[in-house]
Design a protein around this ligand. Structure first.
Ligand code: ADP
Ligand code: MG
Length: 616
C-alpha cells in the first residue's frame, strides 16, 4: 500500500489551532491584551465594533516590534517569551505558546502597525487567512496596534455559531474585567461602537475594582492579606450582607493571571459558612501568589484552569485567611489605608461622568486620534451644556427687555476693563468666584452685592426647563445601557408608563418591552445614573399618579417637574467648583430663573447697601 500520511500545510494547521485558541471574539481580546501587557504597555486601548464581529482592535504603547519580528510574530510557535522547556516552569509572561497571532491571522483579516523605540519608522502589515497581503513602512507611535476584522470570515460555520452582539459583548467585557482587574498599574480604555464604556486610570486594586464595578463597591470590600511560605494572598472579599443570588463578582488570580478553581472557590465559600444564606454567593477578588514552579498553567489552551502542587495546603490557608478577615471586620471597623477619598465624593458631575456608559456615536471616530474619542465622552449634567450656558448668559444679559430684572446679575470678576464675558477658556480663572455655604447655597459676587443661590431649587429650575424642552422638541440624549435592566412593575404602574411612554422616550428612556410585568430598559437619559434608574422610575410614576389626578397641568410639565425633583442636587450634596459655576451659569440661562418649578425662590441678592448697614 502506498504511503498515505501527509504533513498538513501550515494554513490548515493554523486553522485547526485557531479552533482551540479562538472560540469567540472575547478570546481574541484576551490574547491581544495579554500581548500588550507582555510588551510592557502602560496604556492599553480596546476598541470593539458589533460585539467584536466587525472589529477588535488593541492599541498599546509597549515595546513594539522590529520589521522581522513583526513578520515572524504571525508564524506558528513564534514567541519571544520562552526558548527552552525549562522556561515553562518560570513563566513571568502571559503568553508563551507563540500561537495566538498565527491562529488569529488564520481566520481573520489582521492589520498590524508597530514600531520600536529604536526605529524611526514602523511596520504596517496586512494579513488575511495567514497570507501577508501587504507590508509597508509607516509612521506610527511607539508600540503596537493590531486590528482584527471579519473574524471567522473563512469558516462560515464558526461565524454563524457566534451569539448575538450583546452576548459577545458581554463575553468581551468579562475578559476585559479579568485583565484590567489584575493590572491596576496599567491604564485601560474600552470603546464600544465609538463610545468609551470604561476609562480606567492607573491606581491600586481597590480603586480599579471600584472604577469597574461602581462606587457602591467601595464600602462593600473587606481587605484580605496573608503571607506564608507557600502562598501570598491579597485582595478583597465582599461583606457577607452583599452576597448575591447570582454568582456575581468572583475572581481568582494566580500569579497575575485570571484562573478558575472550583476547589479554591469552595475554600472561600466554606469561610463564609454561617454568615450568608445558603442560596447566595459571596463576592471576592483574590490575588494569589505562589512559586511559579508549583503551578501548571499549561493544561488548558485558554489557560484559565490551573493545577497547583499542594492544593490542600492552599485550601486551608485560604479558608483561614478569609475567616480571619471576616472576623476582624465583624469586631472592629476595618482600617484601610488604600482608601481613596475621591471615591466618596457624594456629588460631583465630573466623577459621575466617568463611570456611566454613554452613547455618543461619533461617525468620524478614529481610534488613533485620542482626542476625538475623549471629546465624545465628556461629562454630563452641567458639563455638557457649559459652552452653551455661557452664551445664553451673554444673550440674556444683552437683552434688557426680556431680562430686565436680572440686568444687575453680572458676575463681579468679569470686570469692565476686561470687557468680555467669559469664554470657555476663562472658566478656570473664574472658579474662585463661587463657593458653597453649608452644602445648601452657592454664593457668588455680582455687581450689586452678594448672590446667594439655593442649590436644590436652582437645579430643579434648570432641569425642569431642560426636560420640558426635550419632551416638546424630542431631543433628549440617551445613554445606552451595556446590560439592559429588567424592572418589575404592577399593572397600575405599567399603565402609567404606557401613558407617558412617548414623553419618556423623548427625554431619552428606551424601553424594550412594555407588555409584561417586567419592563426592559435599554437606555436612559444622560442625567440618570444607572444605579438609580429603578428609583427614578418608581418616583416618577408615583409623582405622576399623584399630580395628574388634579388635571390642572399638562403631562409634559408634570413629567418635567417630577424629573427635576428627583434628579436635582439636594441640600447636603457637595458641589465641586466647576459644578457651582455651572449652576450659576445655567440658572441665569433659564427663562424663569427666580422661581423653582414649585414656585419657591431660587436665589437672592444681598446688596452692598445691606451689607454696609451691618457695619454701621
Ligand atoms: P506568545 O504571546 O505566546 O509569545 P503570540 O502569538 O501571542 O505568542 O505572539 C507572538 C510574539 O509576537 C510574542 O512572543 C511577541 O514577541 C510578539 N508580540 C505579539 N504582540 C505584541 C505586542 N502587542 N507588542 C510587542 N510584541 C508583540
Ligand atoms: Mg500572546
Amino acid at each position: 500500500m502506498a504511503d498515505i500520511i501527509k504533513l498538513l500545510p501550515d494554513h490548515v494547521a493554523n486553522q485547526i489551532a485557531a479552533g482551540e485558541v479562538v472560540q469567540r471574539p472575547a478570546s481574541v481580546v484576551k490574547e491581544l491584551m495579554e500581548n500588550a501587557i507582555d510588551a510592557g504597555a502602560s496604556c492599553i486601548k480596546l476598541i470593539i465594533k458589533d460585539g467584536g464581529k466587525t472589529l477588535i482592535q488593541v492599541v498599546d504603547d509597549g515595546s513594539g516590534m522590529s520589521e522581522t519580528d513583526a513578520r515572524l510574530s504571525f508564524e506558528r510557535h513564534a514567541t519571544s517569551k520562552i526558548s527552552s522547556a525549562q522556561d515553562l516552569f518560570n513563566l513571568a509572561t502571559k503568553g508563551f505558546r507563540g500561537e495566538a497571532l498565527a491562529s488569529i491571522a488564520a481566520i481573520a483579516h489582521v492589520d498590524m502597525q508597530t514600531r520600536t523605540e529604536a526605529n524611526e519608522v514602523g511596520t504596517h502589515l496586512k494579513i488575511e487567512g495567514s497570507k501577508i497581503v501587504s507590508q509597508e513602512v509607516v509612521a506610527t507611535p511607539r508600540g503596537t496596534s493590531i486590528s482584527v476584522k471579519n473574524l471567522f470570515f473563512n469558516i462560515p460555520a464558526r461565524r454563524n455559531f457566534l451569539k448575538s452582539t450583546q452576548v459577545e459583548l458581554r463575553h468581551i467585557t468579562d475578559e476585559f474585567h479579568r485583565v484590567a482587574l489584575v493590572h491596576p498599574n496599567i491604564e485601560f480604555h474600552f470603546y464600544n461602537n465609538g463610545s468609551e464604556i470604561f476609562n480606567l486610570p492607573h491606581g491600586k486594586h481597590r480603586q480599579r475594582i471600584v472604577h469597574i464595578f461602581g462606587s457602591k463597591m467601595d464600602n462593600r470590600l473587606v481587605p484580605v492579606s496573608e503571607e506564608t511560605e507557600v502562598l501570598k494572598v491579597s485582595g478583597f472579599i465582599c461583606k457577607p450582607e452583599f452576597s448575591k443570588k447570582s454568582r456575581g463578582e468572583q475572581f481568582f488570580f494566580a500569579n497575575n493571571r485570571y484562573i478558575k478553581s472550583p476547589y479554591l472557590h469552595h475554600a472561600v465559600v466554606a469561610a463564609f459558612e454561617g454568615l450568608i444564606k445558603s442560596d447566595t454567593h459571596p463576592g471576592y477578588f483574590l490575588f494569589l501568589e505562589v512559586n511559579p514552579s508549583s503551578i501548571d498553567i499549561n493544561i488548558h489552551p485558554t489557560k484559565t484552569e490551573v493545577k497547583f502542587d499542594d492544593e490542600n495546603t492552599l485550601y486551608a490557608i485560604l479558608r483561614s485567611t478569609i475567616k480571619h478577615s471576616l472576623g476582624q471586620f465583624n469586631v472592629a471597623p476595618v482600617l484601610d489605608f488604600d482608601h481613596d477619598p475621591n471615591l466618596d465624593t457624594p456629588y460631583s458631575y465630573k466623577e459621575k461622568g466617568a463611570v456611566i456608559p454613554k452613547v455618543s456615536v461619533d461617525s468620524s471616530f478614529n481610534p488613533f486620534q485620542e482626542t476625538a474619542a475623549q471629546k465624545g465622552g465628556s461629562g454630563r449634567g452641567f458639563g455638557k451644556q457649559s459652552a452653551k450656558g455661557w452664551e445664553d448668559l451673554y444673550e440674556g444679559l444683552g437683552n434688557q427687555n426680556e431680562h430686565n430684572e436680572f440686568s444687575s446679575v453680572v458676575i463681579e470678576s468679569e470686570s469692565e476693563e476686561q470687557g468680555t464675558l467669559y469664554s470657555g477658556e476663562d472658566v478656570e480663572e473664574h472658579l474662585a468666584s463661587t463657593f458653597q455655604l453649608r452644602r445648601k447655597y452657592v454664593v457668588s459676587t455680582v455687581k450689586s452685592g452678594m448672590l446667594v443661590i439655593h442649590q436644590n431649587r436652582a437645579h430643579e429650575r434648570i432641569l425642569f426647563e431642560k426636560f420640558l424642552g426635550e419632551i416638546t422638541v424630542k431631543e433628549g440624549v440617551s445613554q445606552q445601557l451595556l446590560f439592559p435592566l429588567e424592572l418589575t412593575f404592577n399593572k397600575q404602574e405599567l399603565a402609567v408608563i404606557r401613558e407617558i411612554q412617548e414623553s419618556l422616550t423623548n427625554i431619552g428612556f428606551v424601553f424594550d418591552s412594555l407588555d409584561q410585568e417586567t419592563v426592559k430598559v435599554t437606555g436612559v437619559p444622560m442625567m440618570v445614573p444607572e444605579s438609580g434608574i429603578g428609583t427614578v422610575l418608581d418616583r416618577l410614576i408615583a409623582d405622576y399618579m399623584e399630580g395628574y389626578s388634579d388635571g390642572s397641568i399638562s403631562q409634559a410639565e408634570m413629567l418635567a417637574k417630577a424629573l427635576s425633583r428627583n434628579l436635582a442636587v439636594r441640600t447636603g450634596d457637595v458641589l465641586d467648583s466647576e459644578s457651582q459655576l455651572m449652576l450659576v451659569n445655567n440658572l441665569f440661562a433659564c427663562k424663569e430663573p427666580n422661581l423653582s418649578p414649585f414656585q419657591k425662590i431660587t436665589y437672592t441678592i444681598i446688596s452692598e447697601g445691606d451689607i454696609d448697614k451691618k457695619f454701621n
